[in-house]
Design a binder for this molecule. Structure first.
Ligand SMILES: [Zn+2]
Length: 126
């Protein structure tokens, strides 16, 4: 689902809010969604699509705009679970997976223990 508008509105906004269960996608935030955000910024040619959209609380959306932050959709063609990866200005990696869809597969991507460890602790700083 996509829109020619820069804003996520109408059915696309409802889809993103339902997919993200009304909760901010930043790990451990759990605040109510206030902004529907482009994972790849619209100013960087990010499309207004379900794959490139995510629900964030106001605080997390403003923090995400901090210079040095980068986010991307991990598996844009996957339709089971929406996953966003990011790197903060302090070179910390983040990963956010949408909640499972009702009646859909409950599992996310299978990662090895080593991949999970790297995803939670790896920094690009040497
Ligand atoms: Zn948040």
């Amino acid at each position: 689902m996509e829109s020619t508008s820069r804003r996520f509105d109408g059915p696309l906004a409802e889809l993103l809010t339902l997919r993200d269960a009304g909760t901010c996608r930043t790990p451990w935030c759990n605040a109510t969604i206030r902004h529907l955000d482009h994972v790849q910024r619209a100013t960087d040619a990010g499309p207004t699509t379900a794959a490139n959209g995510q629900g964030l609380c106001e605080r997390c959306n403003h923090v995400k705009e901090t210079p040095g932050w980068t986010t991307w959709v991990a598996h844009p063609s996957d339709t089971t679970r929406h996953e966003v990866h990011g790197v903060t200005e302090h070179l910390r990696m983040t990963r956010s997976t949408s909640p499972p869809l009702p009646g859909g597969p409950t599992g996310g991507w299978d990662y090895s223990p080593a991949e999970l460890h790297l995803a939670s602790t790896y920094t690009l700083a040497t």
